[in-house]
Design a protein around this ligand. Structure first.
Ligand code: HEC
Length: 211
């Protein structure tokens, strides 16, 4: 969602900004981005839980839109974003990070949730396979993100790796500023239990991810 929007704004921005350099190009992109946003706000309609205010970018999204394309995010800005996002990662109060990998596999496969046609009172999915390979049984998967096959085996079945996996799924930006991976916990896309289940899928030695 976030990235699609960034791309749309960028595409509109590029049409105007092409051929310009440095600061001038950045200002043009900002300006045409605003124009694109005004257009979208005019044409898009709220429907069910999918409301038009989703077009409003938070600070990180705005920053990442500004630096998408040729203007690379300066490393010190990236570290600042990651530290600020890390402060929002909520680890489970009971200290347990591993749920049930079988439930996690269902979450990884499910692409529903957050859409106007979805029932907001029903749990949504993580759609992990849209971007990642996870198991060998699933033949269809996207490659926007790296393969997560053998994730636990490769990283080691340690408490530290569990913590990283939980934090990464909770808030991808805490570990990679301007990541195109959704912030599942931070944006309430997945519940704490669902994240635990997905972490078990990645980290349980018996999960098909680690066979
Ligand atoms: C829209 C695409 C997208 C979706 C959906 C997505 N990811 Fe990602 N993911 C990425 C990208 C891109 C990266 C690499 C960049 C980064 O680290 O943020 C990544 C990185 C990761 C990493 C870090 C890998 C490593 O070796 O450090 C983990 C773990 C991960 N994703 C788990 C998940 C899980 C679990 C789900 C489903 C709940 C999921 N992702 C859904 C795009 C996605």
């Amino acid at each position: 969602m976030e990235k699609t929007y960034q791309r749309m704004v960028l595409a509109a921005g590029l049409a105007v900004a092409v051929g310009m350099v440095g600061c001038a190009a950045m200002q043009e992109t900002d300006k045409s981005g605003e124009e694109a946003l005004t257009l979208m706000k005019k044409d898009f309609k709220s429907r069910g839980q999918a409301t038009v205010d989703r077009l409003n970018q938070d600070d990180v999204q705005a920053l990442c839109t500004k630096y998408s394309g040729d203007a690379a995010l300066p490393p010190e800005e990236a570290r600042r974003v990651e530290a600020a996002q890390m402060a929002h990662v909520k680890y489970p109060a009971d200290g347990k990070l591993l749920g049930d990998w079988k439930a996690g596999e269902k979450v990884a496969q499910a692409g529903n949730g957050m859409q106007w046609s979805d029932n907001p009172s029903k749990p949504g999915g993580g759609n992990c396979y849209a971007c990642h390979e996870l198991t060998k049984a699933e033949l269809s998967f996207g490659t926007i993100g790296p393969s997560l096959y053998h994730f636990g085996r490769n990283r080691g079945f340690t408490a530290e790796s569990q913590k990283y996996a939980y934090g990464k799924v909770y808030n991808s930006e805490a570990f990679a500023a301007c990541s195109s991976m959704p912030r599942f916990g931070a944006h309430g896309i997945l519940t704490e239990q669902q994240i635990k289940d997905v972490v078990a899928l990645l980290m349980d030695p018996h999960s098909p991810v680690n066979q």
